[in-house]
Design a protein around this ligand. Structure first.
Ligand code: UDP
Length: 474
């Protein structure tokens, strides 16, 4: 009789930017015969169901398991089950801390299921200890690439931020494979020593401890994208790491209809969106989207609209969030498609008509752009997004910054003017520089595809990870 398959349990943080790549990872594992169970909460469950149901119908061993999240008991408003439901920044730390309520129920499930491994997101700081109690490996997932982790590590060990006074004076991050210069305001608050964020600092320390002590880290990245940093992660930081991305590419094996890749409820019919793109010239459309949780400041949509109006010949797709308003008559006057709510981003980026992506530099969006060969107009807004921008503009040279150097959250809001926006759009969409950017991005896209093919770097890392997990089970 064949031994039972590996059973891996996935515990994603309740935010689209974490649930999407972890779902893709679970599907990737299931395609290799691993029984994959994703644990989620009632209000998040529908966000997973489309792809999971389709894969299960194909006979793949994948399912979701729903457990309650007692928000009110955890000091949060009723129904607050996703980062996108948090309306006040003051609730962010309580939301992170509330992840502790999952420890007991998840431990019971892992024990009852005799699970072989748990892949737990960075915020589940208790997961390494729980896995230790059950004598199974905990894999760590942090939703970023090795560049960001390496920069943060270098800043910490070299104590670079101690005594940094000027907000705008560039400084060198020592000990990295490239010359990386940052300014203080580009650093996440917990790094630049912002006292008001001590809650975050404590949490970061707990996260780091749980990563250092866990079995290893799975990264949504591929070796060729950030070779020096993957090495830094493994050799300088001494971590065991498998780079198995881009995860958005891993399941493209012909078993799913291209037009069915939507992850969550979309505000526009995917086919309608693709038909709109089909009628456009190759590389002629700029796609604008700032991710699932980041907001540009109030006056900013007007500046973007102004830039789009004066760049007359430019077609665009702009994902506008609830509460963001556009100038009157803007849609009628311009050649764009405005999507209110959720857009089928991966499908859009994959379409040949897309020539550029104005992005907040969330890691998933960045990787999805690379996987689609689309150069970027970078406009980071918060957290590690400024560091992702550095990788895109300074290291890989596949994007142009819009010039935002300040935090949009908090009091120090600045507005990026329409001239700066138009300049960055032009550089990425037309002319010689645009061609060069596109050429470099396409090269990386080819590498990303190759990494996922038989013998490629991500494919090999995935194989060796699964073999190692199997050997622990035997
Ligand atoms: N996304 C999408 N449609 C949208 C907005 C976002 O499909 O309208 C997806 C996007 O493709 C990516 C994820 O949501 O996979 C956002 O993750 P990212 O790390 O880029 O940013 P975050 O939302 O975490 O800041």
């Amino acid at each position: 009789m064949d031994p039972p398959p590996l059973h891996v349990v996935f515990l994603p943080f309740m935010a689209q930017g974490h649930m999407i790549p972890i779902t893709d990872m679970a599907r990737l594992f299931a395609r290799r015969g691993v029984k994959s169970t994703i644990i989620t909460t009632p209000l998040n469950a529908p966000l997973f169901s489309g792809k999971i149901r389709r894969d299960a119908q194909l006979g793949l061993p994948i399912e979701t398991h729903v457990i309650e999240f007692p928000c009110v008991e955890a000091g949060l408003p009723e129904g607050c089950e996703n980062v996108s439901a948090i309306k006040s920044p003051d609730l962010l730390i309580p939301f992170f801390k509330a992840m502790a309520v999952f420890q007991r129920p998840v431990e019971d499930l892992l024990r009852n299921w005799r699970a072989d491994c748990i892949v737990a997101d960075v915020v589940f700081t208790w997961a390494t200890e729980t896995a230790g109690t059950l004598c199974i490996p905990r894999l760590f997932f942090n939703g970023t690439g090795s560049f960001v982790v390496s920069v943060l590590h270098a800043l910490k060990v070299h104590e670079t931020c101690n005594g940094l006074e000027s907000d705008s004076e560039p400084f060198l991050v020592p000990g990295l494979p490239h010359e990386i210069r940052l300014i203080k305001t580009q650093l996440p608050p917990f790094v630049r020593g912002d006292q008001s964020d001590s809650g975050i600092r404590e949490l970061r320390e707990a996260m780091e401890e749980s990563e250092v002590n866990c079995f290893g880290t799975v990264l949504n990245s591929f070796h060729e994208l950030e070779p020096g940093y993957a090495e830094y992660y493994r050799k300088v930081m001494g971590r065991k790491a498998w780079l198995i991305g881009p995860l958005s590419l891993g399941n493209k094996d012909g078993t799913e209809e291209k037009a069915e890749r939507g992850d969550v409820v979309t505000s526009i019919d995917e086919r309608e969106c693709l038909r709109w793109l089909d009628a456009r010239e190759p590389n002629s459309v700029l796609y604008i989207c700032f991710g699932s949780t980041s907001y540009i400041s109030d006056s900013q949509p007007c500046e973007i609209a102004g830039a789009l109006e004066s760049f007359e010949e430019l077609s665009f797709i702009w994902v506008v969030k609830k509460g963001e308003s556009l100038p009157e008559g803007f849609e009628e006057r311009t050649k764009g498609l405005v999507i209110r709510g959720w857009a089928p981003q991966v499908l859009i980026l994959d379409h040949g008509a897309i020539g550029g992506f104005m992005t907040h530099c969330g890691w998933n969006s960045t990787l999805e752009a690379v996987a689609a060969g689309v150069p970027m107009v970078t406009w980071p807004l918060q957290a590690e997004q400024f560091l992702n921008e550095k990788l895109v503009t300074d290291v890989l040279k596949i994007g142009v910054g819009v010039g935002a150097q300040e935090w949009s959250r908090g009091e120090r809001k600045i507005v990026v003017g329409r001239e700066d926006i138009e300049r960055a759009m032009t550089r990425v969409m037309v002319g010689e520089e645009a061609e060069e950017l596109r050429g470099r991005t396409r090269k990386l896209q080819k590498m990303a595809v190759k990494a996922n093919e038989e013998g490629g770097s991500s494919n090999s890392d995935l194989k060796s990870l699964l073999e190692e997990l199997k050997s622990l089970k035997d």
